[in-house]
Design a protein around this ligand. Structure first.
Ligand code: PEP
Ligand code: MN
Length: 337
């Protein structure tokens, strides 16, 4: 339920209405822009009689919304959200390019890739320290040692680090040491983890689950935002379909759909969505063309011997060429890289 206020609503009136809503058992989220001012009711709105609010002179109208997601809904927040990470932004005109290896394997590997992607113009360094693998016998990541290596790479390159959290165990360390905390596809519906992340104010990169609908993705974002953390970046990383030539099927239409439904920034992962290094370039280009706010791309200096996802990783030289191509495309989309 949304209470649309008139332009001349005074603070006294608005506070009175907010108090009333709170007493009726709902939370209120006030949204105000140059040409809009409204109150979004979050909680069980069924118990609220709309006529108890329309009696106020300053109430223009009441809108009954049908979407279950509130804080992530564009209806309540018409302007795009821009997530700030130090002096960088995601969701702004400049595209966010996150690049690096699937997993942190060694100091040499990480520094070599980090330095090359930085030279090519990447804005962020990715690298998994904790790896949620399908098989328990596959490489599980260097864990805390990997986190330490990421910090060294950040120190050397100045690139903010993006890395995946797989449980609530190390949440304090992630909050302390990581710039953007990634929640992977496998954990998109780990509600306990989402709730804990909601209590922090760290930027969260939330990846879409393999079988999650767009609404389910937005509801997962809602878990984080309901706790007070509005710094959420969504990521389309491919979904499971009957097609098995590619690892997943990149749902390109999800980007404009999410942009319509939500104000949150959306980036695309062309690496996990295809599983094939030679499809990274065409799909990265397509992602920019459909309005993505950035990309997360796996880059490896020796993909043939990578401990994880070598087949979908591009080499630094190819990444460099890709950045040049993307910069021309970005211009057409009125963005920069
Ligand atoms: C990753 O980014 O390394 C990863 C495991 O991605 P996803 O959760 O999308 O599979
Ligand atoms: Mn990977």
């Amino acid at each position: 339920m949304i209470v649309v206020l008139k332009n001349n609503a005074t603070d006294v009136d608005v506070n009175e209405i907010k108090d009333k809503i709170t007493k009726l058992g709902c939370d209120v989220h006030e949204s105000r822009g140059s040409d809009y001012h409204f109150l979004v009711l979050v909680g069980d709105t069924n118990s609220i009689d709309a006529s108890s609010l329309t009696i106020y002179e300053c109430v223009e109208k009441i809108i009954f919304d049908k979407e279950p997601y509130k804080k992530s809904n564009r209806l309540y927040h018409p302007d795009d959200t821009i997530v700030k990470i130090g002096d960088k932004k995601i969701g702004d005109k400049k595209l966010a390019i996150i690049a690096g290896p699937c997993s942190v394997e060694s100091k040499e590997q990480l520094l070599s890739v980090a330095e090359s992607v930085k030279m090519s113009g990447a804005g962020f360094l990715r690298g998994g320290a904790f790896k949620p693998r399908t098989s328990p016998y596959s490489f599980q990541g260097l864990e805390l040692e990997g986190l330490d290596l990421l910090k060294i790479a950040r120190e050397k390159t100045g690139l903010p680090i993006v890395t995946e959290i797989t449980s609530t165990n190390y949440i304090d360390r992630f909050v302390e040491e990581v710039d953007v905390i990634q929640v992977g596809a496998r954990n998109m519906q780990n509600y306990d983890l989402l709730k804990q992340l909601g209590k922090t104010n760290k930027p969260i990169l939330l990846k879409r689950g393999f079988s999650a609908t767009i609404e389910e993705l937005l509801m997962s974002a809602e878990y984080i935002m309901a706790g007070g953390n509005e710094n959420v970046i969504l990521c389309e990383r491919g979904i499971r379909t009957f097609e098995n030539y590619t690892r997943n099927t990149l749902d390109l239409s999800a980007i404009p759909v999410i942009k319509k439904l939500s104000h949150l920034p959306v980036i695309v992962d062309p690496s996990h969505s295809t599983g094939l290094w030679w499809l990274v370039e065409p799909l990265a280009k397509a992602a920019i063309a459909v309005g993505a706010d950035g990309l997360i791309i796996e880059v490896h200096n020796d993909p043939e011997n990578a401990l994880c996802d070598g087949g979908q990783s591009i080499k630094p030289k190819r990444f460099d060429e890709l950045m040049k191509t993307l910069s021309k495309l970005a211009e057409i989309e009125n963005r920069t890289i």
